[in-house]
Design a protein around this ligand. Structure first.
Ligand SMILES: [Zn+2]
Ligand SMILES: [Zn+2]
Length: 238
């Protein structure tokens, strides 16, 4: 029976693991083989206390970027390093319509929180929004799906009508550091600000690289009465 099912699945989903090509078992929704999932590097101590970047020297507490620029959120924590399988999985999730990846990717985030703590003071989760037209084209906002997954796991409300993206801009990866900050300047707006007065918010996104997007969102939320913004992202660009 199992062989028959595998044969049938091979016909429907002919490709193997998206990273190494190895044949996948019955659970093809996860797109990658078990060995590849296990190869994802989870961020460990020491990591920058502000931006969550993996550090490699035991005596360091913050990274070089944070010595020259402090962003408006309290801190960012990222679960994994943006490379290899995690980078590929995020690409499939974000641009190739592999919505089912929310489960294994969300699990990486919730496992990280369970281990390190840090959501005890959170009142609400707010996902980083995408421009409505883009969301309609992709059929979902990946940050929203991850936020829902975390919200369900830790019984935290997810507010989707508070932070809006009012302008579309080219993707951040096309720009250098300074240009990334300019690219997102003024593209977010806050709605229903009474909901977030004095709130401690967990801002959720899939990826943090320079922190420009999270910084801009945090400025807007703090400017509208939130008391603190903590950021949590699936992956941290090096
Ligand atoms: Zn593989
Ligand atoms: Zn840092």
């Amino acid at each position: 029976m199992k062989t028959f099912l595998n044969g049938l699945l091979d016909a429907i989903f002919p490709s193997g693991c998206r990273y190494c090509g190895k044949k996948l078992g019955l659970n093809r929704e996860v797109c990658f083989c078990e060995t590849c999932w296990k190869s994802i590097r989870i961020i460990k101590e020491p990591a920058c206390v502000y931006c969550g970047k993996q550090l490699f020297n035991e005596n360091e507490h913050f990274c070089g970027d944070c010595t020259v620029r402090r962003l408006s959120f309290t801190d960012n924590r990222s679960a994994g390093i943006y490379e290899g399988v995690l980078k590929e999985a995020l690409h499939e999730f974000k641009y190739k319509g592999k919505r089912s990846l929310v489960s294994p990717l969300g699990k990486i985030m919730t496992a990280y929180i369970s281990k390190t703590g840090g959501v005890e003071d959170i009142d609400f989760i707010v996902p980083v929004p995408v421009f409505e037209k883009k969301k309609a084209d992709r059929e979902y906002n990946q940050a929203e799906l991850l936020a829902d997954y975390i919200g369900r796991s830790f019984k935290l409300p997810v507010l989707k009508d508070v932070l809006l993206r009012v302008d579309d801009t080219p993707p951040q990866y096309k720009f250098g550091v300074e240009e990334r900050f300019k690219n997102v300047n003024g593209v977010f707006a806050v709605n229903n600000s009474s909901k977030i007065k004095w709130a401690c918010i967990l801002l959720v996104d899939d990826l943090l690289t320079t922190g420009a997007t999270a910084d801009e969102c945090s400025k807007m939320l703090l400017g509208s009465g939130a008391s603190q913004i903590r950021v949590f992202t699936l992956a941290r660009g090096l």
